[in-house]
Design a protein around this ligand. Structure first.
Ligand SMILES: Nc1nc2c(c(=O)[nH]1)N[C@H]1C(S)=C(S)[C@@H](COP(=O)(O)OP(=O)(O)OC[C@H]3O[C@@H](n4cnc5c(=O)[nH]c(N)nc54)[C@H](O)[C@@H]3O)O[C@H]1N2
Ligand SMILES: Nc1nc2c(c(=O)[nH]1)N[C@H]1C(S)=C(S)[C@@H](COP(=O)(O)OP(=O)(O)OC[C@H]3O[C@@H](n4cnc5c(=O)[nH]c(N)nc54)[C@H](O)[C@@H]3O)O[C@H]1N2
Ligand code: SF4
Ligand SMILES: [Mo]
Length: 739
């Protein structure tokens, strides 16, 4: 008898959280479709969703721990793997101290609620050598929003109210391909088209005429890195033409005059050549933005991983605030998540720059060091040198700046444990690989992404399949590793989990709880039988803004109710909540925090620079995510995605044609890529996607090897960073190109 059934979940492959209807028979997947009854995504999916099945079925994906030996990889039991981690890691910590062990939390962990245990693991390890991709991604936005609105990230990131806006200015983001980031929204193409269909406007500022630009009302090329100048020229116009309106928030905004003063040097006429957009256009865009009934400026990777990332991220929000669009429907607003991560936070985002990296004195942020300092921390001898690494779902040998140096660093480690399910460019250096199950085999709640959503929304994802017998889920692996570093390797996970939960419930009822009479004992009593991240999420839902308050508001949400609504629960459009959000020391929105404006001098100097080199930017591919979906045949078949795009004018000058090979050289390295000539690139700019370059002997990803592409991070420079935040400059790398 067939036991075919449909299991509902969200897709784990990007930030859009599209609902999936996964058809399952026995313990295998039959099909993956969009869930038409999901009120948020309404059936929308992109090609990556099918990767859920292909990834699960990939024969090269590891199902059991493996150990590297002189004669190759050998499968071992989970118990043996944990014993080896304990004996080697604890010996290293004993010998060199805790900072000798580095811990790296990779991108896919965002989609795995095991990441709730990251702080526990990091604390147990006791090391300052903590890394994540934020410094190659969100960090400038984290710093600018924390300084302007207070923290903690991500609860104070203003989200474009895309479904109601009249005017969306997209600066350095390509949501038609990326499907949005720091802006959780299924069906980005549909939502963008809807802005135009209801009479609004979408304007894209990007050195590439992107897929989003092609759908937009208007697109302008900008020279990479010039966004802060461009945005300050828009701000200049607002002041000069008396277009500044602060709206409802006017009594709680500090620093308007300081911004007026700063923008004085950035007249559109002074910035036009610098950014490549003429002064008349800059003025018109500023007038349109200010004149629209509602408008939102949205910047993403192109405004972050560039030379002036913090200033550009700040510039986007200056526009929003100075035109009265902060906390207004159709402007930028703050999500009110059903399970709030902010309630877990101990307070404000204050530790930016509190300590510096050992080798090159780069600032730490939220406890994390910039990922482009990791290689030098491993390679540079001295007290505090990193000798061992524990990585959690990351491929830094492809994703960090100057990744050839990262490669050398990882090959030199005394001990390296990777939580990962592929033997790829990074994990081939591991001594042990611990493969946690695929997303399809685990339940999930996208707690991080629901903090950033364009509607308030909540949904539980059930596991579609069961993991192999005896295989732990990722949260159990995290807890086990934490237990090892706590010296409790021999204790049951359950005991460690209970102790952690009791602590969490204790501090939550003391600090951030809307129900003053709620006690940890009452919480514990209500959640008997529950464990792991599920228990934490239940608690957060129940004390949250829609929660049942553990019976105090019986109609409110519990995890059981969320689970029972298998298509998800729509909690409505974003609402005005600025006074609840502001968490700066002054209690005001800070428009001119010194930690940001101190960097203006560097921007002014850049404005005067005359000779500009050719620069390299990145590109994302619709069918894959970062580096890890290239072993899935359906997603890599067809045209080569990893080409060097350049304008016809540059191709003529360099003497290359479509399909010919070109050598690209930067300060740190050199690669050869196949040229794609296209009018879509601004002259002076070339584009190569990241996450490729799979032609590495010791990896075991045969499909990816056949579609190897080249590694753009062999060109990006670990020494190039945004001074205000410490984030890597991945877009705008100076290069020379030869045919
Ligand atoms: N299909 C797919 N989706 C993804 C991913 C993926 O790999 N594949 N990755 C996910 C991840 S991890 C993230 S963080 C998000 C990122 O989401 P996005 O930021 O939307 O993605 P990108 O394609 O990197 O968009 C950055 C844009 O900035 C432009 N750009 C480069 N330099 C500059 C500059 O100096 N100024 C301006 N104005 N623009 C510039 C680039 O041409 C590009 O169009 O996407 C997520 N979604
Ligand atoms: N030049 C350039 N570099 C970039 C970027 C760019 O635009 N240009 N983008 C940056 C950004 S925004 C980001 S977020 C980073 C991303 O960089 P990383 O954090 O390194 O992420 P991935 O490249 O996706 O690598 C993910 C790893 O996790 C493993 N993995 C994936 N899913 C699972 C799972 O469910 N279980 C287990 N056990 N393992 C899993 C994969 O096998 C892979 O090894 O790259 C950054 N690097
Ligand atoms: S846009 Fe594609 S990858 Fe992103 S959640 Fe939706 S289906 Fe998954
Ligand atoms: Mo990212």
């Amino acid at each position: 008898m067939s036991d075919r059934r449909i299991v509902h979940r969200v897709c784990p492959f990007c930030e859009a959280t599209c609902g999936l209807a996964v058809e399952v028979e026995g313990n295998s997947m039959v099909s993956v479709r969009g869930d038409k009854d999901d009120p948020f995504s309404r059936g929308y999916i992109c090609p990556k969703a099918y990767g859920l099945k292909e990834l699960h079925e990939d024969r090269e994906r590891l199902r059991a721990p493996v150990r590297r030996t002189a004669t190759g990889w050998e499968e071992i039991s989970w118990d043996d793997a944990y014993s080896e981690v304990a004996s080697r890691m604890l010996a290293i910590r004993e010998k060199y101290g805790p900072n000798a062990i580095g811990l790296y939390l990779g991108n896919p962990m965002v989609h795995d609620f095991a990441f709730l245990y990251f702080p526990v693991l990091a604390r147990a390890l006791g090391s300052r050598s903590l890394f994540n991709p934020a410094s190659a991604d969100t960090l400038p936005k984290e710093v600018s929003t924390a300084l302007m609105f207070g923290g903690p990230f991500p609860s104070t990131v203003p989200i474009p109210d895309i479904d109601r806006t009249d005017y969306l200015l997209v600066v350095g983001a390509n949501p038609v391909v990326s499907h949005g980031s720091l802006m959780t929204m299924p069906d980005a193409p549909g939502r963008l088209k809807a802005v135009i269909e209801r009479g609004g406007k979408v304007v894209v500022i990007d050195p590439r005429r992107t897929e989003t630009a092609k759908l937009a009302s208007e697109h302008h090329f900008i020279r990479p890195g010039a966004d802060a100048g461009f945005l300050l020229a828009m701000v200049h116009t607002l002041f000069e033409e008396n277009l500044v309106t602060l709206g409802a928030a006017s009594d709680i905004i500090n620093g308007v005059d300081v911004v007026r003063g700063i923008s004085g040097d950035f007249a559109p006429e002074a910035v036009a050549d610098y950014c490549g957009i003429d002064a008349g256009t800059i003025r018109r865009l500023a007038r349109e933005f200010a004149g629209a009934p509602s408008a939102a400026c949205y910047g993403r990777l192109g405004t972050c991983v560039q030379e002036f990332g913090t200033l550009a991220s700040w510039g986007c929000d200056l526009l929003n605030v100075l035109t009265g669009n902060l906390d207004r429907p159709g402007g930028v607003m703050f999500t009110n998540a059903a399970a709030s991560l902010a309630s877990l936070s101990k307070g404000k985002f204050l530790d930016h720059g509190r300590h510096k990296s050992r080798v090159s004195a780069r600032p730490v942020s939220s406890g994390m060091l910039p990922s482009s300092t990791m290689a030098e921390e491993i390679l540079t001898p001295g007290d505090g040198q990193v000798r061992a690494m524990l990585t959690l779902m990351t491929n830094p040998v492809r994703s960090t700046a100057n990744s050839e140096q990262t490669d050398a660093a990882f090959s030199s480690l005394e001990f390296f444990v990777a939580v990962d399910f592929y033997i790829n460019e990074t994990t081939r250096h591991a001594h042990l690989i611990l493969p946690t199950p695929t997303a399809a085999e685990q339940a999930c709640y996208e707690i991080g992404l629901y903090q950033l959503s364009v509607r308030n929304f909540t949904k539980w994802s059930s596991a579609s399949l069961s993991p192999p017998p005896g295989a732990p889920e990722s949260w159990q692996v995290m807890l086990k590793l934490a237990g090892i570093f706590m010296g409790k390797a021999d204790r049951p996970i359950r005991e460690v989990d209970d102790a952690i939960f009791a602590q969490l419930a204790g501090s939550l009822t003391k600090r951030n709880c809307p129900w003053p009479d709620l006690t940890p004992a009452e919480i514990a009593a209500n959640l008997v039988g529950s464990a792991g991240p599920e228990r934490t999420i239940d608690m957060l839902l129940r004390i949250g803004p829609y929660g049942d308050g553990f019976g105090r508001r019986p109609e409110g949400l519990t995890l059981a109710k969320v689970r029972a609504s298998e298509h998800g629960i729509d909690l409505g459009p974003l609402t005005m909540r600025l006074p609840d959000i502001i968490n700066t020391p002054s209690g005001m929105v800070e428009l001119a925090p010194p930690a940001i404006t101190n960097d203006i001098g560097r921007l002014r100097a850049d404005l005067l620079k005359r000779d500009r080199e050719m620069v390299l930017i990145g590109r994302r591919n619709l069918r894959t995510s970062n580096s890890f979906m290239h072993n899935l045949p359906a997603l890599v078949k067809g045209r080569d995605a990893c080409t060097l795009q350049m304008s016809p004018r540059d191709a003529r000058r360099i003497g290359v044609a479509d399909g010919s090979a070109a050598r690209i050289t930067s300060r740190v390295g050199s690669v050869v890529a196949s040229v794609e000539v296209t009018e879509d690139l601004m002259p002076g700019v070339v584009s190569l996607p990241h996450g490729w370059g799979h032609n590495v002997e010791a990896s075991q990803i045969s499909v990816a090897k056949k579609h190897a592409g080249v590694n753009t991070n062999a060109l990006t420079d670990d020494r190039a960073y945004d001074e205000a935040s410490g984030a890597a400059v991945l877009f705008g790398t100076p290069v020379t190109i030869e045919g």
